[in-house]
Design a protein around this ligand. Structure first.
Ligand SMILES: *[C@@H]1O[C@H](CO)[C@@H](O)[C@H](O)[C@H]1NC(C)=O
Ligand SMILES: *[C@@H]1O[C@H](CO)[C@@H](O)[C@H](O)[C@H]1NC(C)=O
Length: 392
C-alpha cells in the first residue's frame, strides 16, 4: 500500500473515532451472544446484518465514514452500490446521477457536463458518472441523499470523498485488522443493461477485482447482487462468488423490459420463479412488505397475512435477505411508529425481530446498530433460552 493511501485510511479511521462520540455504537464484545452448549436448543442460523450503503441512517451514504460507523456498530456486511466512470473505474454510488448524492451541481467547471438522458426508461436531467473521469469524481464531495428525512446527516455534507470499490475493499481489510473481526462486502451492480449499452460493462472488472482481492475463494464474506437477471446469469458462468437476485416490489427487471420480455418480479417470487432463480443464484433479496409480510389498509404490519416465501425459497436452497429496514417513523408500518415526528426513530428493532422470526437469513438496514441489537436478541431467544452467559 502506498503511504498516501494509508494516510487516507487512517485519516478516515481517526475521523470515525471523533464521530463516534456523537453516534450510537454497539459494544460489540458484550453484545455478542456466547455459543450455547444446550443440546436441546434448535440449530438456528446466524442471520447477517447488512449495512445498507453503510450506516446511512447516520451519515451520507456510500462514504468510508458511513462504512466505518457501520463496522463499529457491528455490521457483518457492508453494502456498496457500484456504477462506472468514463475511464472504467468502479465508483461507489447508489445512482449514476451524481447530483443526487454529491455537490457536482456546485462545481462551475462541470456546469456544461449537465445532460438529459433516459436511464432504465426514466428521463433524468443531471450529471452522470459515465461522463466523468475518476480524477474528476475525486474533486466532488458526498451530500446526504435524503436531507428532508435525515436533516442531521447534512452536517457532514461536503466532508467525504466518493470512494472507488477498490478503496472500499482496501478499507474493509484495514478495518478487519483494526477490529479483529471479519467484515463481508455485498456489492450491487446498478443499471447493468444501461452501462452495457454504453460499452461500460461492470461485471468483468468487478469479478476481476474481487478475484484479485481473494474473495473468490472466501464465499462467506461476499455476495454480488442485482435487480436484473441476465447479468446474474452471466456472472454465474464467470465466478463461483455467491449471487443474489433482488426482487423489486413491482414491475419487471430492466433487462427483461429491454429484451421485450414479460417476466415480472411477482412471477419471479412464485415457487416456479424461485426455482428458476435457484439455477443461477444462491439467494434472493425481496422487498420485505411486497413478498414477506404485507401491511394492511391501516398501514399496520399484518402478520396474519405473512407469506410462505421464506419457506419456499429455503426449500430450493436459496438464502433470503430482505430489504430495507429503516428506523425513522416515516418508513415504518403504523403499528411500529413512536410519537408523531415522521423523522424521529420508531420501534424498528421490533419490526426486525418479526422478520427474523419469519426465518430470514439476514437483512439490509440503514441503522446497523439497531439491526445488530435485534439480531442478537433473536439469537438469544431462539438458541440460548435461559443459557446466555454474559462475559464479564
Ligand atoms: C438532479 O437529479 C434529479 C434526479 O434525477 C433531477 O430531478 C434534478 O433535476 C437534478 N438536479 C439538477 C440541478 O439538475
Ligand atoms: C393498527 O395498529 C394500531 C396501533 O397498534 C391499532 O390501534 C389499530 O387497531 C391497528 N389496526 C388494525 C386494523 O389492526
Amino acid at each position: 500500500m502506498k503511504a498516501d493511501q494509508s494516510d487516507h485510511y487512517f485519516g478516515a479511521i481517526l475521523l470515525t473515532l471523533l464521530l463516534i462520540s456523537s453516534l450510537p455504537i454497539n459494544d460489540v464484545q458484550s453484545e455478542t451472544i456466547q455459543e450455547c452448549s444446550n443440546p436441546q436448543a434448535p440449530e438456528t442460523s446466524h442471520p447477517i446484518v447488512i449495512a445498507h450503503r453503510g450506516a446511512s441512517g447516520y451519515l451520507p451514504e456510500h462514504t468510508l465514514a458511513a462504512y466505518s460507523i457501520a463496522i463499529f456498530q457491528g455490521a457483518d456486511f457492508i453494502e456498496p452500490d457500484v456504477v462506472m466512470s468514463k475511464d472504467r473505474h468502479l465508483i461507489v454510488r447508489h445512482d449514476n446521477v451524481l447530483n443526487l448524492s454529491t455537490d457536482v451541481a456546485d462545481h462551475p467547471e462541470f456546469s456544461s457536463r449537465k445532460r438529459r438522458k433516459t436511464v432504465d426508461g426514466k428521463a433524468t436531467t443531471g450529471w452522470f458518472s459515465e461522463d466523468f473521469t475518476l480524477a474528476e469524481i475525486k474533486t466532488l464531495r458526498a451530500m446526504e441523499r435524503i436531507p428532508q428525512v435525515r436533516p442531521e446527516n447534512t452536517k457532514f455534507n461536503g466532508q467525504f470523498e466518493i470512494p472507488t470499490l477498490q478503496e472500499v475493499i482496501d478499507f474493509v481489510a484495514k478495518m478487519e485488522e483494526f477490529t479483529g473481526r471479519t467484515i463481508g462486502i455485498y456489492p450491487e451492480i446498478k443499471h447493468p443493461t444501461y452501462f452495457d449499452n454504453l460499452h461500460l460493462s461492470m461485471e468483468e472488472p468487478l469479478v476481476q477485482l474481487l478475484r484479485t482481492k481473494g474473495y473468490e475463494t472466501q464465499h462467506t464474506r461476499v455476495y454480488i447482487q442485482s435487480f436484473e437477471v441476465s447479468n446474474l446469469k452471466d456472472l454465474n458462468t464467470m465466478t463461483t462468488i455467491p449471487l443474489v437476485q433482488l426482487l423489486g416490489s413491482g414491475g419487471q427487471p430492466y433487462d427483461v423490459i429491454g429484451a421485450g420480455g414479460t417476466l415480472t418480479y411477482a412471477q419471479m417470487a412464485t415457487t416456479e420463479g424461485l426455482a428458476e432463480i435457484a439455477t443461477y443464484a444462491d439467494g434472493v433479496a425481496p422487498e420485505k412488505y411486497a413478498f414477506l409480510i404485507p401491511k394492511d389498509h391501516d398501514g399496520n404490519l399484518s402478520l396474519s397475512r405473512a407469506s410462505k416465501f421464506v419457506q419456499r425459497a429455503h426449500a430450493l436452497g436459496l438464502r433470503v435477505h430482505p430489504y430495507t429496514f429503516r428506523a425513522e417513523n416515516f418508513f415504518l408500518p403504523a403499528n411500529f411508529k413512536k410519537g408523531h415526528d415522521p423523522f424521529s426513530l420508531g420501534i424498528s428493532a421490533a419490526e426486525m425481530e418479526i422478520f427474523l422470526q419469519a426465518g430470514v437469513d439476514g437483512f439490509f438496514t440503514d441503522h446497523p446498530n439497531i439491526g445488530v441489537q435485534a439480531r442478537n436478541k433473536f439469537l438469544d431467544k431462539n438458541r440460548c433460552i435461559g443459557k446466555r452467559t454474559i462475559p464479564k
